[in-house]
Design a protein around this ligand. Structure first.
Ligand code: ATP
Ligand code: MG
Length: 259
């Protein structure tokens, strides 16, 4: 495996890619996962590869929603398992959330590999594996319709990092509060979720863990206020505005290159 030099200007981005390619070699990540990551990377580039104040606000509301939930569940796919397995375990621990494997390109082998990887990184229990607990959500076309009756099916709050739009919409219609992590503020996922954190999942998950630890003792009314006052549409619009501004700055500072 090629070495990544720490002074390389894109070292962090290369490290993330390496985790994904290793995840693919291990059988957890599918090629489609790599291309989905590429779409995310393009938006991350525009964000400046950092957590914005807007993402912090969204993470604050999301942490409050997770702490208020009576049955929170974290839905995990191949990319999420490859990138942030330890943080998924930590977040489950601090919020009491269930962890469920839910795959678009589903195979028994991948499910088991991902579950094992999550357990190795500290997840106590992984849902979504047994056929006898599987329920199929009628509204979803893909294999992601299959959910665990003890997990996503009965959850009131679902965290769906790196989701696809169809399922986010379906889960919202089922009356669940959906929290998404998506670098693209224009995606259907970002628009359909109640709370979208426009940030890279590698930065957003630690932010949620920190937020939940910090706010754990807060009165429920205070937490409720944070969720109720969070305006997802506004947050997405401002995130897009921020990207436009940065693109303009990059254009201006690089204008001489195009003369
Ligand atoms: P949608 O189905 O919501 O309309 P889409 O079809 O454009 O979205 P998908 O291929 O379904 O996109 O899902 C990939 C999404 O995940 C993209 O929107 C991409 O921005 C986002 N994404 C990929 N990698 C990351 C990451 N590491 N952190 C955050 N978001 C990511
Ligand atoms: Mg999609």
């Amino acid at each position: 495996m090629d070495e990544i030099f720490p002074n390389h200007p894109r070292a962090e981005s290369l490290r993330i890619r390496k985790k994904l390619t290793e995840g693919m070699r291990a059988g957890m990540v599918v090629p489609e996962g790599l291309t989905a990551h590429g779409r995310g990377e393009a938006f991350d580039y525009l964000l400046g590869e950092r957590t914005t104040e807007l993402a912090r606000e969204a993470a604050e509301a999301a942490s409050a929603a997770l702490l208020l939930a009576s049955h929170p569940v974290i839905s995990v796919n191949g990319n999420t398992a490859a990138l942030v397995p330890k943080e998924v375990a930590e977040l489950a621990e601090v919020t009491g959330a269930g962890v469920e494997v839910n795959l678009f390109h589903r195979s028994r082998e991948r499910e088991l590999l991902i579950a094992e990887h999550l357990k190795k990184h500290g997840c106590r229990e992984v849902l979504g594996l047994e056929e006898e607990n599987a329920v199929r959500i009628a509204e979803i076309q893909s294999e992601r319709r299959r959910v665990d009756r003890r997990g996503i099916f009965s959850a009131d709050v679902v965290l769906v990092p790196l989701e696809d739009g169809d399922r986010t919409e379906a889960l919202q219609r089922m009356g669940k509060l959906v929290i998404a992590v998506d670098l693209n503020p224009l995606s259907r996922t970002a628009r359909a979720a109640r709370i979208t954190i426009v940030d890279n999942v590698v930065r957003a998950l630690p932010l949620l863990v920190e937020g939940c630890r910090r706010m754990r003792g807060m009165p429920r009314e205070v937490l409720r206020g944070k969720v109720e006052t969070f305006d997802n549409e506004r947050n997405l619009r401002e995130s897009l505005r921020l990207m436009c501004g940065r693109l303009r700055e990059l254009f201006d500072s690089g204008e001489h290159l195009f003369k």
